[in-house]
Design a protein around this ligand. Structure first.
Ligand SMILES: NC(=O)c1ccc[n+]([C@@H]2O[C@H](COP(=O)([O-])OP(=O)(O)OC[C@H]3O[C@@H](n4cnc5c(N)ncnc54)[C@H](O)[C@@H]3O)[C@@H](O)[C@H]2O)c1
Length: 378
């Protein structure tokens, strides 16, 4: 069933703030509401954006009889239960990553989507950032040739983050790297061997279930050509500035993520072996990766870059950050389009599971000293 307009509820006013202006600007979205347990934060955000509804809890919002679709941006530990509650209420559900932190959690969400009236979407920013969209273009235009290898790293210093991040197993948040790698390889991750590296200081250990500040994994992919992919995640005790990106290497061309976030990506292109030298000539170019806004409603296009937003009424303008490679408008476009079109989203439960399960199993491998483990298919 298709519907012309939907009302959308955003849950959590941390990262959730970055999506409010996008839903308010979307031509197929009517009302926009917020769930935020912190009363002071809720008041500030509802006033700043001129929102159409506010709740202290998701349960209050779901019993209100309002809202067609819900976008969860609450802390990770709530994702599975809140997804189940939203889907059971008959509404569509978008969830910030990760879908779950256990294989059982993935299975429960997958099972719930099977009988749900609404759709599910894992809001994986990495699948709509401009670098990924450009790499897909390079692959599909033949510029990469045959893909030979993929790698990536997410390194972020979580000192000073909310206490629930202490001791978080890095590979349970591997989706930002696993997603573009599997997307570019058009493959599933079949198996993984992962090692933990370093030892968390007592102040970073949380509940003690994860000893590692960093985990590094080798995945075997199952595409047409068997490929290996290396993924590294680190959250503590690593003096590396934030990076969250992938590299893809083909026999004709390669793309490497900028070593400094926000700088230019590097493209390598191989020329023909000319018989006069050993090895093919390989050129190196730094490029400004283009925005790809043609699929976005005109009202959302400006928001792939930082700027300002004019909320409804006479409210002061608000800054727009456009983090994560300009991906947020694309995620909102796809989720709203799936809900209004009555169709499955581009990152439904099966794809979300294929992106989330590899990191979960990688952490199991790290806890077993790097044993190669099979990744279940959902
Ligand atoms: N690139 C990305 O995809 C990306 C980037 C940042 C964060 N995230 C994800 O977004 C989510 C939110 O991240 P954050 O940094 O804003 O987290 P956060 O811990 O700062 O919390 C966000 C808000 O949720 C509220 N909250 C707490 N418990 C809640 C509950 N039970 N129901 C509703 N709201 C609740 C908090 O009061 C807070 O205002 C996380 O799951 C995180 O993993 C994803």
């Amino acid at each position: 069933m298709t519907i012309a307009m939907i009302d959308v509820l955003v849950v959590g006013a941390g990262f959730g703030r970055d999506f409010l202006h996008l839903y308010q600007s979307h031509p197929a979205v009517g009302a926009v509401g917020l769930v935020e347990p912190d009363a002071l934060v809720r008041r500030e955000v509802v006033d700043a954006y001129g929102l159409d509804g506010e709740y202290a809890s998701l349960d209050d919002a779901l019993t209100s009889g309002r809202w067609d679709a819900v976008h969860l941006l609450s802390p990770v530990r709530f994702h599975v239960e809140q997804t189940l509650a939203v889907l059971e209420s008959g509404r569509s559900c978008a969830s910030a990553v990760p879908m779950a932190t256990s294989l059982d959690g993935i299975a429960r969400v997958r099972d719930a989507t099977a009988s749900a009236a609404g759709c599910y979407m894992m809001m994986e920013t990495a699948l709509y950032q401009r670098e990924y969209l450009h790499a897909l273009h390079l692959r599909d235009s033949g510029a990469l040739g045959r893909i030979t290898y993929l790698s990536g790293a997410h390194m972020q210093d979580l000192d000073g983050f909310p206490p629930y991040w202490m001791g978080y197993a890095p590979m349970q948040y591997a989706t930002h790297i696993v997603a573009p790698i599997l997307g570019l390889a058009n493959a599933h991750a079949e198996s993984v061997a992962c090692l933990g590296s370093g030892e968390l200081l007592p102040s970073h250990r949380g509940d003690g279930s994860n000893p590692f500040p960093l985990e590094t994994a080798l995945f075997q992919l199952d595409g047409e050509t068997p490929l290996a992919a290396q993924v590294t995640l680190s959250f503590f005790e690593n003096a590396r500035a934030y990076t969250e990106g992938f590299n893809v290497y083909g026999d004709m061309g390669a793309l490497e993520w900028p070593s400094v976030e926000g700088e230019r990506a590097v493209i390598y292109t191989a020329g023909p072996q000319d018989g006069a030298r050993r090895g093919r000539p390989i050129s190196r170019d730094e490029i400004d990766v283009p925005d790809r806004v043609d699929t976005l409603p005109p009202e959302l296009r400006a928001y792939v870059r930082p700027g300002v937003y004019q909320p409804p009424g006479d409210r002061p303008t608000l800054p727009v950050h456009a983090w994560h490679g300009g991906s947020h408008p694309h995620l909102v476009r796809e989720f709203v389009s799936a809900v209004t079109g009555g169709r499955e989203s581009a990152i439904g439960a099966a794809r979300a599971a294929s992106i989330t399960a590899p990191g979960i199993v990688a952490h199991h491998s790290a806890l077993r000293g790097g044993r190669m483990l099979t990744i279940p298919r959902f």
